[in-house]
Design a protein around this ligand. Structure first.
Ligand SMILES: [Zn+2]
Length: 320
């Protein structure tokens, strides 16, 4: 049974917002577009695995947790999918690369091969998964669980793969092959019963934290003033809705009362975790201070400070 579902990662939401609000000629535009592309591809690969995993139907109990972000001894680690069966914990890593990947032997490397034949080493995915396994082992040891943990690397179905080593040290499959492979794993020497699997899965899900990459201007060294202000129209996806007659109005004809909420969310993701009345007016291009006060009051934010020092923050658990 699935104990944790996957949702769109915060970094992807924020990169989409940043890319839209960063002028075309900005020096960081290229980097942001690349990061957005790879983040989108990664998420698409993970969703593809989720779709195939709906075919996973073993006769034994199991727990599946998608996109887990945990920490142990001050170290954070993320697992794309964690499967718990009666015999093993399986750390599943999903990759989705545009270029062909060759897995070499002696030494084992993941080589990116461009269309023109150029080659460039990628980070070693096996080492990446092994680090996650070590962290997970420590996390479980702390709870008096001595686990048997395995790694599984899956590549999105469209990825071109080539192996120079028949046995690179960890199972590497295409996402569509994952369910059948996982079902074929033996559960003869089982150590966990249904109740233990359930309890561990609940504990893992409870300790999951949302990865917080905000604000993006600090992460990428972008000046806040370079971020284009304006309320985004959900209909035509252009910035620049105008407040008039108690509504946001777009040139395309769309009208609405709550479009500033999304804009505030983007402010927190991109610029900083607090917003003042003045900053709200700047970012929504709203002239009227009293209207701004009313909209901020009704926006579900927490107000801190009084008069000149007053500002708003997000309430906990309401991240974007
Ligand atoms: Zn519009």
């Amino acid at each position: 049974m699935i104990y944790k579902n996957r949702t769109m990662p915060n970094i992807l939401k924020a990169l989409q917002a940043l890319n839209k609000r960063l002028p075309r000629n900005h020096t960081k535009k290229n980097i942001i577009e690349k990061e957005l592309y790879s983040s989108r591809a990664g998420y698409a690969g993970e969703l593809e695995l989720d779709t195939y995993m709906t075919d996973y139907n073993p006769t034994h109990p199991y727990a599946l947790l998608n996109d887990l972000y945990l920490h142990i001894n001050g170290v954070y680690f993320q697992i794309d999918s964690l499967l718990i069966t009666p015999t093993a914990f399986i750390v599943i890593e999903v990759k989705n690369y545009a270029e062909k990947t060759v897995v070499t032997k002696n030494p084992i490397q993941f080589i990116k091969v461009y269309k023109n034949g150029d080659r460039k080493a990628r980070p070693n995915v096996i080492n990446e998964v092994n680090r996650k396994i070590q962290h997970l082992e420590k996390w479980l040891n702390k709870r008096n669980i001595q686990p048997h943990i395995e790694g599984l690397i899956t590549f999105a179905q469209t990825n071109e793969l080539s192996f120079e080593s028949p046995n690179p040290g960890m199972k590497i499959l295409s996402t569509d092959e994952a369910p059948a492979y996982l079902e074929s794993l033996s559960t003869q020497s089982s150590t966990l019963n249904e109740e233990s699997i359930h309890n561990i899965a609940i504990d893992l899900a409870k300790h999951h934290e949302e990865y917080n990459p905000f604000p993006l201007v600090a992460r990428y060294g972008i000046k806040p003033s370079d971020i284009m202000p304006g309320v985004l129209c959900p209909s035509c996806l252009q910035l620049g809705m105008k407040w008039n007659r108690e509504k946001w109005n777009c040139q395309c004809g769309h009208k609405g009362k709550v479009e500033h909420l999304h804009t505030i969310g983007e402010w927190f993701m991109l610029i900083q975790p607090t917003i003042t009345n003045r900053e709200f007016r700047y970012f929504t291009r709203l002239a009227n201070q009293n209207v701004a006060r009313t909209l901020l009051k009704k926006s579900g934010l927490q107000k801190l400070g009084e008069k000149r020092t007053s500002h708003y923050i997000q309430r906990k658990q309401s991240l974007i």
